[in-house]
Ligand binder design. Structure first.
Ligand SMILES: CC(C)(COP(=O)(O)OP(=O)(O)OC[C@H]1O[C@@H](n2cnc3c(N)ncnc32)[C@H](O)[C@@H]1OP(=O)(O)O)[C@@H](O)C(=O)NCCC(=O)NCCS
Length: 187
């Protein structure tokens, strides 16, 4: 695990498993959690995350999206989700023109009672190590909203560096990147 993880905290036993279509109702329910809505849009009136555009049954059932979804479980209870892709080849070209050999990651904790208990740090540390285990991967990018200062703090503690603001459609984001070089310094 990365040395960027907070010290002096009891290790939390987090299992990562692939998401399946059976997780779709749970993910749809998490999309209605205020903290998940808030991380996906600055629209204070939004009632569902990601503009309500994600049909989770479709998203998890079709390999066409090329996103690798993982569910984090603690003591058998699902508590969070990770989405990993190659932003250069991802078919929707969400990231636009971007170099090859990167990974893009998204993360959110579902049940609010699991926020700020160290789960996200374990999830990210583990997936970062997994991404860099592929020798061709040179960096990892993430796109928190510019307003999501708690997420910026979280990512910076993991070694990510802010690269600059960027609009993704209507979303004002502050792109962060963790380079392999920086990861190797901290690993
Ligand atoms: C961002 C997110 C994924 C982080 O996951 P998390 O499990 O809450 O993260 P952690 O608990 O590991 O770390 C968060 C904070 O809790 C603190 N913390 C961790 N374990 C703790 C513990 N046992 N006791 C007290 N505090 C703890 C960390 O030090 C950290 O402090 P900080 O606010 O100063 O950075 C989560 O907060 C989340 O889902 N937020 C909403 C969605 C979101 O913003 N996603 C990112 C979109 S880009």
């Amino acid at each position: 695990m990365s040395l960027y993880a907070p010290q002096n905290q009891q290790a939390i036993d987090v299992r990562l498993r692939p998401a399946t279509v059976a997780d779709a109702p749970m993910l749809a329910a998490w999309d209605r959690e205020p903290h998940v809505i808030a991380c996906s849009s600055d629209d204070a009136e939004a009632e569902v995350a990601f503009g309500g555009e994600i049909d989770w049954t479709d998203e998890l059932g079709s390999s066409a999206y090329e996103l690798d979804y993982r569910i984090a479980e603690v003591e058998g209870r699902p508590v969070g989700v990770l989405a990993i892709c190659d932003p250069h080849t991802e078919p929707s070209h969400y990231w636009g023109e971007i170099e090859p050999n990167l990974r893009a990651i998204d993360i959110w904790i579902g049940p609010k009672e699991w926020l700020n208990r160290g789960v996200g740090t374990v999830m990210m540390s583990r997936i970062i190590d997994e991404c860099f285990a592929a020798p061709e991967v040179t960096g990892i990018v993430i796109d928190p909203l510019n307003s999501n200062v708690a997420a910026h703090r979280f990512y910076r503690r993991l070694g990510f560096v802010a690269e600059g603001r960027r609009m993704f459609e209507d979303d004002d984001c502050l792109v962060h990147r963790l380079t392999r070089t920086d990861w190797e310094k901290g690993a």
